[in-house]
Design a protein around this ligand. Structure first.
Ligand SMILES: Cc1ncc(COP(=O)(O)O)c(C=O)c1O
Length: 427
């Protein structure tokens, strides 16, 4: 029965029960962590054979006869371009293979815009009075801290109930010449797990933007990270071509959650104009990325089909954890009308929505009970969740038995915080 439909007496009774449960939890001195959005050791083991490639004679010579031990090839080796081209279905000539981190590539791309502006416009963003970005939220905390760090003003746009960003609002905001961009995770988004529909992708490619240098940071970090039914993300470049907006999109991905996080390879995909500018400017920064690592990753991963099989093995490890979270949340909180959660088909996160004004309280109660959650508010620009209702759950790094205890503890905290809220002013 929904808590809101309980009589005052019943609410008080439920509150007492939740309080007792919570006190028992605290006595257990648990040490739980649901904040780590990273693969567990068993997943990393799937890529251990990478240590056994490049061991042969002259295993550092590329398909083009180039010695990869030496400087050069600023935008990456052709083998890595081809692999990403096959995986992302983007022409190899539009792919820049970089170093170990897509986040780093995003930061560098934004910094180039700040210092030099976009090709064709050439107005450094730092010279504008104000640069604003549209931030669909809940979103990835590191995107938001990056924009804040660069002095870019963030405008929060909420996701609608259908899991899509509020496109009407985005189209309206894009008419403001001070709005120079949008940052998003379009597939199995961090933290909601939603994927942008074909219509959302089309509208983003088509919308009128007052700023001539408007950029969409398309962080497709979970492009191949399916767990259940595969969701297909529409090709944004195809739409951009149709509407003549190809320069609008800067597309990022990496092998961080395919092979080894922080020791993989990252890519940026973009139009010919953006590519030409990136090559010119990155050339000032570096003579080239680590080609040996690029070759190692490609030799280990093989072709696109092989990567898909490899990702299916990751999914086999992760899926039972997502199943367990869904089952436990349903058993503990289902039907109470105090929480809802997303059911992603892939990615690394589940987004939990509690009653307005309760997320911080739940976070604090969890902390008292020995549990760590990603900070309440972290999924919003400036750490400010306007409803104080969103919490990000990251199930991958916990063992199954820990995860069950963790979600049960979390549910107790959600019940207690909700009953406190419902009884506010009643005592
Ligand atoms: C949406 C998103 N983008 C980027 C990253 C980091 O990627 P990389 O390791 O390639 O920098 C993460 C890691 O959690 C992420 O969730």
């Amino acid at each position: 029965m929904k808590y809101s439909e309980l009589s005052l007496e019943e609410k008080r009774e439920q509150f007492k029960r939740a309080q007792i449960e919570f006190d028992c939890l605290c006595k257990l001195k648990l040490s739980l962590d649901l904040s780590r959005g990273k693969p567990i050791g068993e997943q990393l083991d799937l890529s251990n054979d990478m240590f056994n490639v490049l061991t042969g004679d002259r295993d550092y010579i590329g398909e083009n006869g180039v010695d990869y031990r030496n400087y050069g090839m600023l935008d990456g080796i052709p083998e890595a371009k081809k692999l990403f081209s096959d995986l992302l279905e983007i022409p190899a000539k539009n792919i820049f293979v970089g170093g170990n981190s897509s986040l780093n590539m995003i930061y560098d791309a934004l910094t180039r815009l700040m210092l030099h502006g976009a090709p064709g416009v050439n107005m450094p963003w730092c010279k504008y009075d104000k640069v604003k970005f549209i931030c669909p939220a809940p979103g990835y905390d590191r995107h938001f801290s990056m924009l804040e760090n660069l002095g870019i003003e963030m405008i929060t746009v909420e996701y609608l109930e259908n899991g899509q960003p509020d496109m009407d609002k985005i189209e309206e905001l894009a008419k403001d010449p001070e709005v120079h961009g949008l940052i998003c995770v379009p597939k199995y988004s961090n933290p909601t797990g939603y994927t942008y529909t074909r219509e959302t992708v089309r509208r983003l490619a088509k919308m009128e933007c007052a700023a001539p240098d408007f950029r969409i940071i398309w962080d497709n970090a979970y492009f191949i990270h399916d767990l259940y039914t595969e969701e297909k993300l529409a090709d944004i470049f195809e739409f951009c071509k149709r509407y003549g907006t190809e320069d609008r999109v800067l597309y990022f991905a990496s092998t961080s959650k395919i092979t080894f996080p922080g020791a993989g390879i990252a890519v940026m995909a973009m139009s010919d104009n953006n590519m030409a500018q990136a090559k010119k400017l990155v050339n000032v920064q570096t003579i080239g990325s680590d080609k040996i690592n690029q070759l190692r990753q490609v030799r280990f991963l093989g072709d696109a089909d092989n990567v898909r099989q490899h990702m299916a093995r990751h999914a086999d490890i992760i899926r039972p954890k997502f199943d367990l979270v869904f089952e436990t949340l349903e058993a503990e909180l289902g039907g109470l009308g105090i929480a809802s959660w997303t059911r992603p088909n892939g990615g690394y996160f589940i987004s939990l929505t509690v009653m307005d004004g309760c997320a911080k309280r739940v976070w604090n109660l969890m902390k008292e009970a020995g549990g760590v959650l990603t900070g309440a508010g972290a999924t919003y620009p400036y750490g400010k969740d306007p409803r104080d209702a969103n919490l990000r759950l990251a199930p991958t790094f916990s063992a199954l038995h820990e995860l069950e205890v963790c979600i049960q503890a979390l549910s107790t905290c959600v019940r207690l915080a909700s009953l406190e809220k419902l009884l506010e002013g009643e005592n």
